[in-house]
Design a protein around this ligand. Sequence first.
Ligand code: FAD
Length: 286
Amino acid sequence: MKIIDIIKGDKPSFSFEVFPPKTEEIFEPVKDTALKIADLKPSYMSITYGAGGGTSKFTADIAASIQEKGVPSLAHLSCISSTKERIQEELTMLKEKGIENILALRGDIPQGMNMDHLDYHYASELAEDIKNFGGFCIGGACYPETHPDSVNAEQDIENLKKKIDCGVEFLVTQMFFSNDIMYNYMYRLLKAGIDVPVVPGIMPITNAKQVATAAKLSNSFVPQSFLRIVDRYGSNPAVMRQAGIAFATEQIIDLYANGFNAVHIYTMNKPDVAAAIMNNVSEIIK
Ligand code: FAD
């Protein structure tokens, strides 16, 4: 099933992201974890793509296994370290495995990478190739707090428009911890004429160490209200887990209440956290 039809449907969409293993040895346990999350029956699940692409088969295999459970999957695919030829092979593999949805990404630029003679520079070029290949619903990433490589926020939104012109049908956001930032971003997207569905991505922070890593990786602002929780309860894992789930739940309920019909949860491969949050919003998404 195409993700665009799910997120445009009448029923609120509630979906999960999982990541694949880095090595073959742990493929089975990681797949089992992903399938446990699929057992919760979210609207769909996305599976990330390892930087560099060395684990792309794991992404495709886990995406296919999730679909066997009756949950549509969205396979991430990045292009910066790839070639035109290899992308055609990846698209063929995904199609053969019955995957219908791809999140088209550039990927982070590896340190010291020689930018001359690359086949791909931006996700828009990948989206165009996927569109020409045919048969896939294409999503793209967006950044409420601006992508770190961008000159400024306006330019980032102008570039986002190019990605949509190249075939991206819906957007999934980088994590954010203040909904006001998201609402302001939506206003700016609409002003720029971007009207494809935008799915907010929410990361439940369930341990103190995660705060700094997540904020650094995503360039996200962390509100004082959450920093106070970390200050007071950071050394108590049980309280941090409970407070992190509550904070994310509050964000999600507020997003649905403000008119979003789809929310995506970065599960960090934690079935218990995914289940707890889903349970907290069960009446909203049923
Ligand atoms: P792009 O859309 O290409 O944008 C990258 C930068 O280039 C931006 O600053 C943009 O403004 C600028 N730009 C775009 N087009 C142009 C143009 N035509 N001219 C000039 N500038 C331009 N990474 C992974 O490795 N694997 C994953 O599975 C993965 N999943 C992700 C899922 C989500 C929801 C998000 C938000 C990010 C994910 N990432 C993943 C991280 C992502 O790969 C990085 O953030 C990467 O640096 C940018 O990818 P992009 O697709 O957003 O790039």
